[in-house]
Design a protein around this ligand. Structure first.
Ligand SMILES: *Cc1c(COP(=O)(O)O)cnc(C)c1O
Length: 224
């Protein structure tokens, strides 16, 4: 099941988005055990994304094949120390004080951390991230931090059956991404698209999608 899901997705997901950029599939592995994650990696998954620090730590040594590591969940500043040097790209920088702490801790470790700025594209109370209209200012503020490298933007579209609205939101993310890319050569990634909406997101110019359910099936929040 996991193997065939991965195989079918790798066939279906285009290698490039309509802008000619390489598309990266990140497996969202929250609540999945190491064995299932290893099955996905063996089937061709090259990138995995964790939401929870504790889960990442528990499973870190158990994952084979050395996939690239993404952190995609809400991050508390007091947990940063457990991730330093383990995460290739932080998608979910959603507060200035998180950016400041991540820069400080990265500097202390002698590294520069690659990050995405999370945008709350649907202005949802339940989601983290900055308002799209504040993105320019936020970018300038974070850009001053010495031990972070801003690589792009991340967003989660709202749950909505209105495809036209989702397209409009995804398109406005791409617009902001293009404005930053025009002034900063480090800007490279637009991380947007989950199991329910990745086709729309790719069409509108995402180049990283994050899929959980489409790979592993429905998550069981009661196991462990
Ligand atoms: C869980 C999660 C995903 C994957 O969601 P699915 O709908 O299961 O594909 C993607 N991004 C983030 C930030 C998530 O927390």
């Amino acid at each position: 099941m996991i193997e065939s899901n991965v195989e079918n997705l790798l066939k279906e997901i285009p290698k490039e988005n309509p802008f000619g950029e390489k598309v990266t599939l990140v497996a969202a592995v929250k609540l999945q055990n190491a064995e299932d994650i290893n099955r996905a990696v063996a089937a061709g998954i090259t990138d995995i994304g964790d939401n929870h620090v504790q889960e990442l730590r528990d499973k870190y040594e158990l994952i084979n094949g050395n996939p690239r590591r993404h952190f995609i969940g809400h991050l508390q500043t007091n947990k940063i120390k457990y991730l330093l040097g383990k995460v290739d790209l932080y998608h979910s920088v959603d507060r200035i004080n998180l950016a400041e702490e991540l820069s400080k801790k990265s500097a202390g470790a002698g590294i520069v951390s690659d990050i995405l700025i999370q945008i709350n594209i649907g202005n949802e109370e339940t989601k983290g991230g900055f308002a799209l209209e504040d993105c320019g200012e936020i970018y300038k503020t974070i850009k001053r931090l010495p031990a972070l490298r801003i690589k792009g933007l991340m967003a989660m579209l709202p749950i909505d059956n209105d495809e036209t609205r989702l397209k409009t939101l995804a398109k406005s993310m791409r617009g902001q991404f293009d404005r930053l890319r025009a002034i900063d050569k480090d800007i490279e990634y637009l991380s947007m698209g989950m199991s329910g909406d990745w086709r729309i997101c790719l069409e509108q110019g995402a180049n990283i999608i994050r899929l959980g359910t489409a790979i592993f099936g429905a998550r069981n929040y009661n196991k462990n």
